[in-house]
Design a protein around this ligand. Structure first.
Ligand SMILES: *[C@@H]1O[C@H](CO)[C@@H](O)[C@H](O)[C@H]1NC(C)=O
Ligand SMILES: *[C@@H]1O[C@H](CO)[C@@H](O)[C@H](O)[C@H]1NC(C)=O
Length: 178
């Protein structure tokens, strides 16, 4: 057997071992999610967010759950940025394009902050990751406020969901043992 095929065989065995052990964990992990979420400010939202993603059931620790929550939050924020950008172009020239423009910029800031939070989380810089997730949460709140009394916000649901997603993520990062 060549060195390459020996290496490949070892890798294959390693992968098999890893996947078997995650399968064995699966039954315990709904409990792990609820026990972890129980320590956040809004356990029901935390469970709903994590359980909507199958990968959560394979997460071995709080860091893994925080990472999954952050990925979901980032993808909801980028979807919202795409939506806001479309709305802005559709309504160009109308007065509502002013708050839409503000939201487009805020969601640009939010998605960048969430990507940077992912880097912070990867490096173990939890304080930095929390700060950036907090910034994204603030951006969603400011977007909603930008419509003020004058225009009904077309983004109320998205702003609420992104804020909610950020809060869950923020709490989970705060639970990672230092
Ligand atoms: C949640 O926390 C409460 C009190 O801290 C405890 O009584 C309960 O058993 C916990 N539930 C889970 C699912 O861990
Ligand atoms: C997270 O975002 C999704 C989709 O935008 C939404 O369905 C869900 O309710 C949000 N979760 C929280 C806790 O706000």
């Amino acid at each position: 057997m060549s060195t390459t095929s020996k290496t490949n065989l070892l890798l294959l065995l390693l992968l098999l071992t890893l996947s078997t052990s995650s399968i064995q964990h699966t039954s315990a992990d709904a409990n792990f999610i609820s026990a972890t979420c129980n320590r956040t400010t809004d356990p029901a939202s935390c469970v709903a967010l994590l359980e909507s993603q199958k990968l959560s059931f394979a997460a071995a620790d709080v860091h893994g759950l925080a990472w999954i929550a952050l990925q979901m939050t980032t993808s909801h924020a980028s979807d919202t940025l795409a939506l806001v950008t479309n709305l802005f172009h559709q309504r160009e020239g109308e007065p509502i394009s002013a708050p839409l423009d503000i939201c487009k910029q805020l969601y640009g800031i939010a998605t960048e902050a969430l990507k940077a939070a992912g880097e912070g989380l990867g490096k173990g810089d939890y304080a930095d990751a929390s700060k950036r997730v907090g910034k994204a949460r603030d951006a969603a709140g400011l977007c909603e406020a930008a419509f003020g009394m004058e225009y009904p916000s077309p983004l109320t649901a998205q702003n609420r969901d992104v804020k909610g997603n950020c809060s869950v993520t923020f709490d989970l990062i705060g639970l990672i043992p230092a």
